[in-house]
Ligand binder design. Structure first.
Ligand code: ZN
Ligand code: FE
Length: 256
């Protein structure tokens, strides 16, 4: 099975899985890059997976329906273009012979879901939309910091070699922020240099792995003393991880 990151808009990725004959895509905010890839690789479109309702994730669905030979799967608790098969926490779907579990990850949006592969002997796939980014997390638009913390904690508990397929190329800006939160974290500075080189070559910095994210992503490190201390300097009301996350998220929103 091949995994391809199709760039869309300024910094989105539409993830495409294919076996040389059939393809599935995740969060096609734009139909054009998907159609181009299907044509270039002579693939049939067998399914569309959607993580949440934002336009940059669902905008291409209707234009792809004429070539779609399978379902659109999406979050049961969100309004996305009909018809689609509504998914709830704990349900499983089969995509090109791979088995994925649906995980509720509210915070960025209220009904956001992620898709975690459950039948891989190693390096399982995780499609996490705008919840977990490399070095960061999504903005909290519809949920609470407590919900985002729970969602990120759930994702972080998946196997360490999980391949983290995020929907945006935000890694460099996230790692610059992570370096401000934890100036002493050498894993952050080393990975920032690595990702700068990748971007200079026009390469994606994704997928990441959970093993790496646990070391570099401040939003997965809300109980680590240096992260707690930095958050308190930014006004975190307590050492509670949800308060730490809230302070980090607000700091990141204004960080340049
Ligand atoms: Zn979004
Ligand atoms: Fe997005």
């Amino acid at each position: 099975m091949d995994l391809v990151a199709l760039p869309a808009f300024a910094d989105n990725y539409i993830w495409m899985l294919h076996d040389g004959a059939q393809a599935a895509v995740v969060d096609p905010g734009d139909a054009a890059p998907v159609a181009a890839a299907l044509d270039r690789l002579h693939l049939r479109l067998a399914g569309i997976l959607v993580t949440h309702h934002h336009a940059d994730h669902v905008g291409g669905i209707d234009a792809l329906r004429s070539r779609l030979q399978g379902p659109v799967w999406g979050p049961a608790r969100e309004s996305i273009p009909q018809p689609f098969e509504p998914l709830r926490d704990g349900q499983h779907i089969d995509v090109l012979g791979l088995r994925f579990e649906v995980i509720d990850v509210p915070g960025h949006t209220a009904g956001h879901i992620a898709y975690a592969q459950v039948d891989a002997p190693k390096a399982p796939l995780l499609f996490c939309g705008d919840t977990l980014f490399s070095g960061g997390c999504g903005r909290i638009f519809e949920g609470t910091p407590q919900q985002m913390l729970q969602s990120l904690t759930r994702l972080a508990s998946l196997p360490a070699d999980t391949r983290v397929c995020c929907a945006h190329e935000y890694t460099l800006s996230n790692l610059r922020f992570a370096a401000a939160v934890e100036p002493g974290n050498t894993a952050v500075t080393a990975h920032l240099e690595h990702c700068q080189a990748l971007r200079e070559q026009g390469q994606p910095t994704l997928p990441s792995t959970l093993e790496l994210e646990r070391r570099i992503n401040p939003f997965l490190r809300c109980s680590e003393p240096p992260v707690v201390a930095a958050a308190q300097l930014q006004g975190a009301e307590s050492r509670e991880p949800a308060q730490v996350l809230a302070a980090l998220r607000e700091w990141k929103n204004r960080f340049r």
